[in-house]
Design a protein around this ligand. Structure first.
Ligand code: EPZ
Length: 419
């Protein structure tokens, strides 16, 4: 799909204030969770992102009525009896897999096509399926179609995830919230988005404890009701704009953030030589000094350094003094930004899960392609810090996770246009 392009004239300092939008990776599972209530929920701080719109299309296809005004989405799932997520919708957004637990919890049956792999690698869902089977769900896989039927639930299930999968944790929470029996999830994901999903479900009447820790306990309840809920801020959007300030030697005040979710990100920016000052719902970042290399950045499950910030930090470290090493421990193929950054003059050698970045003094504007959401954002950050004009193609990837990135960046001094 030939999507719009971004034209960026680099070299302008990023300076001013930005308000951060609601988290993409929180609003998606929360929208899925509205299916469980069978009544109306009002979700505030829902960013206008193509992934959020895709989730709303899925909800409508299942029988929900939805309206949205600015960043508030109203979902009435009283008549949501659907049990199929169409192939098209599944392939539009692979994280639609999080609807599986919610649809099964609501109607007891779900058919959807195996989520395709994506740019980041195969994206398996073995942990999701294994856990749901432990909860009595019968799952057959035939020609890429998953056919799931809820069976008798165990009175209590004790599930240990072999890795703290965000999606698997969310699917188990969504399936266990309604019904009977106690479900314990060990080695659960601890990401703040998990606690946000739990916050919404608890407000709907669910009984969940341990969110944010490695052990979650969900006691199924006979019914859930709709509620009014405000989505947490997007820590990855915040880190992206911190990267824009860092690479242009600028200063930025981010508002509407939760610094307590961002310690590992903030510490990497401090190590680069930025002044990072969190307080209340703000973070002030100042990059008056040249960026210095960071010896090693390792991506880890939360509270470690988030994989979603890795491409952004790769872009910033491309224009620094010294050699940095990035180790990507979460996804198999998440250095998609490297070849495009090299077109801008970056000196990056990526092999397997390790990328070595020899900082250069200058980056130069170039024509570059986004191949996935965060690699696309990394190209925008690099273009802001490059000399001359850059043209970023395939910006539909970027629009999945950033609400009008060009409006946000123009408001703090960037010369960026969408064509
Ligand atoms: C969520 O993806 C996020 N997406 C990702 O953000 C984020 O990078 C990721 O968590 C890690 O934080 C949403 O929340 C919509 P995982 P998810 O299950 O749930 C492997 C972005 O840019 N795995 O924690 O898919 C998997 O292949 C996106 O906003 C299995 O092997 O992440 C990956 O290597 C990108 N089997 C690792 O675990 C499974 O059954 C982490 O996956 C499940 C996962």
């Amino acid at each position: 799909m030939e999507s719009s392009r971004l034209l960026i004239e680099g070299g302008r300092r990023i300076e001013g204030e930005l308000r951060i939008h609601g988290a993409k990776n929180s609003v998606l599972p929360i929208l899925a969770a509205t299916l469980l209530c069978g009544s109306t929920s009002v979700i505030h701080n829902s960013a206008s992102l193509s992934d959020a719109f895709a989730a709303m299309r899925i909800l409508r296809s299942l029988g929900c009525t939805i309206s949205h005004e600015g960043s508030t989405v109203t979902v009435n799932s009283a008549d949501a009896e659907g049990d199929i997520v169409s192939d098209g919708l599944m392939h539009e957004m692979r994280s639609s897999i999080v609807f599986l637990g919610a649809i099964l919890g609501r109607v007891g049956r779900c058919r959807l096509s195996f989520p395709g792999g994506c740019e980041l690698g195969p994206r398996p869902i073995d942990l999701h399926l294994e856990a749901l089977r432990r909860l009595g769900v019968r799952i057959t896989e035939d020609h890429g179609i998953l056919d799931c039927t809820a069976g008798v639930r165990p009175q209590s299930a004790d599930i240990t995830l072999s890795l703290p999968s965000v999606g698997a944790t969310e699917n188990i929470m969504l399936y266990s919230a309604l019904g009977s029996g106690e479900t314990v999830i060990r080695n659960a994901a601890r990401e703040p988005e998990i606690a946000d999903l739990a916050g919404y479900l608890i407000k709907c009447g669910a009984k969940i404890t341990g969110q944010g820790t490695s052990t979650l306990v969900i006691d199924g309840v006979p019914s859930l009701h709709g509620c009014e809920y405000t989505v947490m801020p997007d820590r990855i959007e915040a880190a992206t704009y911190m990267g824009a300030a860092a690479i242009t030697r600028g200063e930025l005040m981010l508002g509407g953030v939760r610094p307590q979710d961002m310690y590992s990100c903030m510490s990497v920016f401090s190590e680069m030589g930025c002044g990072v000052y969190p307080y209340d719902d703000k973070i002030f970042i100042s990059a008056r000094k040249p960026i210095t290399a960071v010896r090693t950045v390792r991506t880890m499950p939360y509270p470690g350094f988030p994989t979603d910030c890795q491409p952004i930090v790769m872009a910033v470290l491309s224009k620094s003094s010294g050699t940095s090493v990035i180790v990507e421990n979460i996804f198999e193929n998440r250095f998609m930004a490297a070849p495009e950054l090299r077109r801008m003059g970056a000196n990056i050698k990526a092999e397997g899960k390790v990328a070595v970045i020899e900082g250069v003094k200058k980056l130069y504007g170039a024509k570059a392609r986004a191949y996935d959401l965060r690699a696309g954002a990394a190209l925008v950050v690099a273009a802001l810090g490059a000399e001359g004009q850059s043209e970023i193609l395939n910006t539909h990837y970027i629009d999945r996770g950033y609400e009008s990135i060009e409006t946000a960046l123009s408001s703090v001094g960037a010369d960026i246009k969408r064509i």
